[in-house]
Design a protein around this ligand. Structure first.
Ligand SMILES: [Zn+2]
Length: 420
């Protein structure tokens, strides 16, 4: 409580009244803030009323907070990671996200058995909001099956065996019968969306005994299409892992909702302009994950330079076509800050474009049906206050002076004594 009081005093709170525990969320008046409207920062008075932003004066104001000229932006977001919903204490990871101002996270694979227990730790005012894929659907023997089995060997999955990883950590679908068999199992774990693996899409006509592609080919295009249709019939979105430009084109063709990577992490890939145009037409969002190419920097400097050149071309193409680009890192030990930094260094996006990709585009890609990613009336009362204008000084994003989530003050300091 002391910490909170000190925080409020330092922020110039002029009339703090203790909210009763029965109240769902106090009503705040925020004065002297410069609020980002998608283009620029505009000084205005904003209220948080029953967890929503409004510019209309509510009947009652519990607390006035003077933002003292601070720059207000929507929360940051991580579109693509794998580091939540496991069987270990994840408070440190949650705290890291919140400290960075990242409120929304897409988890692209997880074990329902672990996540079922962990779920109470997410999607509440004092934690991150997460969407979980559960196990993805891939071809027999293909990624991520060998990876999962290797990690199992290292003791990463207590309680699991090679056999029980199947139909849980992943689903292997090589035939239409396989799909019929696994589909009810996949649905029984209540995924927030369906993850599929499209890899070496142009190699499906090669003979099955062609060992060049052993373990490299993802779902057969017909099965990927069938899964997408089934998921959509169940109101579930489909997020596709891809690797090549041909994979990207196939994912667009079959009408997935999100493509989970920019093609070309280890190879030079160029997205076809017509695939980019159709992705925009179909409202397909793309997780950038460009930072994954960093692994090539040391291995092969020439190839890395060529990959980066292709990344610039692909990102420009997608951006100019009007495709929604959402910042996601796919870095287990890091988060979207690393991806944002990598994209910034590529030097093709303005600060305003990067900020939109990191806030609005990402939040709406992770939670497409919620009022998140903007600060307009009616949107969820979740935002960050920065000490300076991030469009002029990008490092301002590292200086968050106030975090509001779900209409409440987010206090990250460990409370010396809990008041309830
Ligand atoms: Zn991933």
């Amino acid at each position: 409580m002391k910490v909170l009081s000190r925080l409020l005093i330092s922020l110039g709170v002029v009339a703090a009244t203790a909210a009763s525990a029965a109240e769902p969320a106090p009503t705040f008046q925020f004065t002297n803030g410069r609020w980002f409207d998608g283009d620029a920062f505009v000084t205005r008075t904003v209220y948080a009323d029953r967890g929503r932003l409004t510019s209309a004066t509510p009947d009652r104001v519990d607390t006035v907070i003077d933002l003292q000229g601070g720059h207000v932006i929507p929360p940051l977001c991580e579109a693509h990671n794998h580091n939540l919903g496991g069987d270990e204490d994840e408070q440190e990871v949650i705290d890291r996200y919140l400290d960075a101002g990242i409120y929304y996270v897409g988890i692209l694979s997880n074990f329902p058995q672990y996540t079922g227990v962990a779920r109470r730790n997410f999607n509440r005012p004092d934690s991150v909001d997460v969407q979980f894929a559960n196990g993805g659907i891939t071809a027999p023997g293909a990624h991520p099956i060998p990876l999962r089995e290797r990690l199992l060997g290292f003791g990463a999955y207590p309680g699991f065996t090679r056999d029980t990883l199947a139909d849980h950590a992943y689903f292997a679908v090589g035939t239409a019968d396989d799909l019929d068999r696994i589909w009810p199992i996949a649905l029984s774990f209540r995924p927030d969306f369906i993850k599929i693996f499209i890899m070496q899409a142009d190699a499906h006509d090669a003979a099955p005994e062609d060992t060049d592609y052993a373990g490299e080919r993802g779902l057969h295009p017909d099965l990927a299409r069938a899964i997408t249709a089934r998921a959509h019939a169940h109101d579930l979105r489909v997020v596709a892992h891809i690797e090549t430009a041909a994979d990207f084109a196939l994912a667009v063709d079959i009408g997935v909702d999100v493509i989970a990577h920019l093609p070309g992490r280890r190879s030079v890939e160029r997205i076809a302009p017509d695939a980019a145009a159709r992705a925009a037409e179909r409202n397909i969002a793309v997780h950038t994950t460009a930072v994954l190419a960093e692994r090539m920097r040391e291995q092969d400097a020439d190839l890395f330079a060529a990959i980066q050149e292709a990344q610039r071309a692909n990102l420009r193409l997608l951006h100019d076509a009007g495709v929604t680009l959402a910042i996601g890192s796919d870095l287990y030990d890091a988060d979207s800050r690393a991806e944002a930094e990598y994209l910034r260094a590529l030097g093709i996006f303005s600060p305003r474009e990067l900020l939109a990709m990191w806030t609005e585009n990402c939040a709406r890609t992770v939670f497409p049906t919620r009022g998140v990613g903007a600060l307009d009336d009616g949107y969820e009362a979740s935002f960050l206050v920065l000490g300076a204008n991030p469009l002029e000084d990008w490092s301002a994003l590292e200086r968050i002076t106030l975090r509001i989530k779900d209409g409440r003050l987010l206090n990250l300091d460990p409370a010396p004594s809990a008041s309830e």
